[in-house]
Design a protein around this ligand. Sequence first.
Ligand code: LAC
Ligand code: ZN
Length: 466
Amino acid sequence: MASSKHDLVAALTDVVGARNVLLGADIGDHYRTDIINKYNCAPDCVVRPASTEEVSGIMKAAYAAGVPVTVIGGQTGTAGGAIASPGGIALSLERMNAIEEIDTVSMTMTVQAGCVLQIAQEAAEEKHAFLPLDIGARGSAMIGGVIGTNAGGNRVLRWGMTRDMVLGLEVVLADGAIVSSLTKMLKDNAGYSWKQLLIGSEGTLGVVTRAVLRLRPQPTSNQTALVATDSFDDAARLLRDLEVSLGGRLSSYELIWGDFYSAMTETQLSVRPRPLATGRAFYILLEMLGGDAEHDPAEFQRALEAAMESGLVVDAVIAQSDRERQGLWAVREDFAPFLANFKPFISYDVSMGLVDMPRFVGESQRRLATAFPGCQAMFYGHAGDGNLHILFHMGPDTAAREKEVDKVVYEVVRAVNGSIAAEHAVGVSRAQFLGMSRSDAELSLMRKIKDALDPKHILNPGKVLT
Ligand code: LAC
Ligand code: ZN
């Protein structure tokens, strides 16, 4: 080991203690790859601080040495945003996992960045409060990661993205400076919102260490249904109708294209029967969260009956128990059996105005089939937010031709003035395509911000901006 490296390890050890600096064979696989095992890396060392002050000490040492630092969380992103640089430091916030305070008067939760999302959700629930942010990876994703990527998920339609839930933030900058504003205010226009700049910056502008999150009243009723429509127009009208008829309580609207519904449920048959017969154009998972357990079920049912009478909905099943509710969500979230035979795959995460969605899907299906004969592309997503996922597979060549496939998909995104990165952020996989969603002027502004906050480019290099 070069002596400068030796000095750096010694400095890091001074900050966090020898037990919390992992080197060589002590670096477990978890620190080297992501959940889909797509991106791999070999960080020189993993550092596990226990406090903001220790994070500051680590950044001071890394800044002095000019060594890259990547923050490691639950590793559930799909764009390679938390993959450490070779020769760099992987900064794991797993020990900073405390929920410091739940304030049910202000309705806030103060939490450290290494806390797992589901733990935070459950802690809020215990206090009869509600953290609306919900994503499939809730059991592993950490608060720092959802802030770093501005995660979206299943309830954006009603409560917005992560940035709509962060009231206060604490970060450590590239040079180790601590900037802390752990406030509980909904209204705060005192100067530039550096907080919003840091949210979604994927660890390229600073290290998120703590946050104050906004809580909501805990819903006391949960109505879930799976419905089918025969056209996209009907599905879009249903969304707008339900927003009105359910009085703003519609919290999820997850659209699944008929062929994907058929394929997903086929692979799940050994565990659960199909909730609705196949053969319809679209399947939609609906969730209404309300505060009146006595009357909400009947209201939900009436709204769906009205949609059936008007012909918008052609088939429907309403969950009658928690078990049935989980079974309906599993149609959308239990990917493992499907992916077992759909590997290797590329996953996309794009968005557009809802009005452009059918054109986007039709055009990308056409172009993909022409460019990659025999390929399979499955469409589903958080359509209530204009956010679509595509799972793409074309046999063993899939990974090798990923950039070509990306180009085809992102050209269509550009044609509908959409975003190439709706909720999983840019990471490494989309960095070279950022210009498909951003103008030169925007990219130049982003570079100025990056240069100002991270002059040595040590924070998560290669992510977001190339
Ligand atoms: C989902 C992940 C891929 O919504 O964002 O399934
Ligand atoms: Zn998603």
